[in-house]
Write a protein that binds this ligand. Structure first.
Ligand SMILES: [Zn+2]
Length: 335
């Protein structure tokens, strides 16, 4: 825009009603955020070498449709920008994608896929696909936990939402084997008894946190000693003090690593040792995580890891950092 027309625009702003001013401020804030996002991508391209042939020599070559800087490699003469070869390379509406990122990481409660699709005037499928791209690129890279470390596991019911196993089996039992369990609603419908207590259909999520606020969670295939050892070994410092329930795998891990270990019971009077050894913080964290998962009505098993990572990364990063992560990911770096 020319300077003169810009000045005219500024003059006309005085005629806005308070509501219009609010709307204007909001849209300027949105634009600032999106420009910052584009800045992240440009920064990547400025520092990177050619994704096609790894040559460092390049020259500026116009701008892409989304507004990021395009370069041309002086060696192979192919063009590229900061998103080339990344998981978000083929997203046309980067501005809308960024709104989805913001919704996932900056809003107090993320909206539903449908709400968001309606708001952005795009299809449900697109929002869902973008969320999957975002979730897949997340990983919890954390400082190893130290000091008093609370450990506990929580369980999420196995879900095969969207699975065709049952339908296919019914149609052609010879080709498709019988699924290992009924659909959950069929138990009630047919009066079949569910197994009491912990069955293999309750998926364990191991959670650990220390008192300085570092947190970690991972869905485990089972609760065997070896699985738990492999999960905990890289994330807990050897000078930590573990607090956990009486699961033998924790005791074995503590013993094998030479870490002091306090076993807490579930009965009144046994839930605390002294003033500070307890697992109440981690239990509160479980309940908050379950609150977060509730609107998804039991995410399918294949998406559960993504949801858990999403919850744990959510409070720790800004939308811009998340975007930075997608771009970096192409180079094999961690978020
Ligand atoms: Zn090249």
């Amino acid at each position: 825009m020319k300077q003169k027309s810009f000045e005219n625009l500024l003059k006309r702003l005085h005629g806005l009603t308070p509501d219009q001013t609010e709307a204007l401020i909001r849209s300027v804030q949105d634009m600032t955020a999106q420009n910052a996002a584009l800045g992240v991508i440009d920064q990547k391209a400025r520092d990177a070498s050619c994704p096609h042939c790894s040559a460092a020599d390049k020259q500026k070559w116009g701008r892409t449709r989304t507004g990021t800087q395009r370069y041309r490699c002086s060696q192979c003469r192919k063009t590229y920008n900061g998103r080339t070869d990344s998981s978000i390379a083929r997203i046309q509406r980067l501005d809308l994608f960024y709104r989805v990122v913001q919704d996932m990481f900056a809003s107090p409660i993320p909206g539903s896929v449908r709400q968001l699709a309606k708001e952005l005037s795009i299809s449900n499928d697109t929002v869902w696909r973008w969320r999957q791209i975002i979730q897949r690129s997340l990983s919890q890279s954390i400082e190893p936990l130290s000091g008093i470390v609370e450990l506990d596991e929580t369980f999420v019911r196995e879900s095969r939402k969207g699975s065709r196993e049952w339908v296919l089996h019914q149609r052609d039992p010879a080709q498709y084997p019988k699924p290992p369990r009924l659909r959950w609603y069929e138990y009630k419908l047919t009066g079949t008894l569910m197994k009491r207590g912990l069955s293999k259909w309750r998926l364990p999520v191991l959670t650990a946190m220390d008192r300085s606020g570092n947190r970690f969670a991972e869905r485990l295939p089972d609760r065997r000693d070896r699985t738990i050892y492999q999960c905990l070994s890289p994330i807990i410092r050897r000078d930590a003090a573990l607090c956990s329930d009486g699961l033998s795998a924790y005791a074995r891990f503590a013993q094998a690593s030479g870490i002091s270990h306090f076993v807490l019971g579930s009965k009144p009077g046994a839930r605390k040792i002294g003033q500070s050894f307890h697992i109440q913080n981690v239990n509160a964290l479980h309940s908050r995580m379950k609150d977060f998962l509730r609107p998804f009505k039991g995410p399918a098993k294949k998406y559960l890891d993504g949801c858990v990572d999403w919850y744990f990364v959510r409070k720790r990063i800004e939308p811009q950092q998340a975007l930075d992560g997608f771009v970096k990911r192409a180079n094999g770096l961690q978020v």
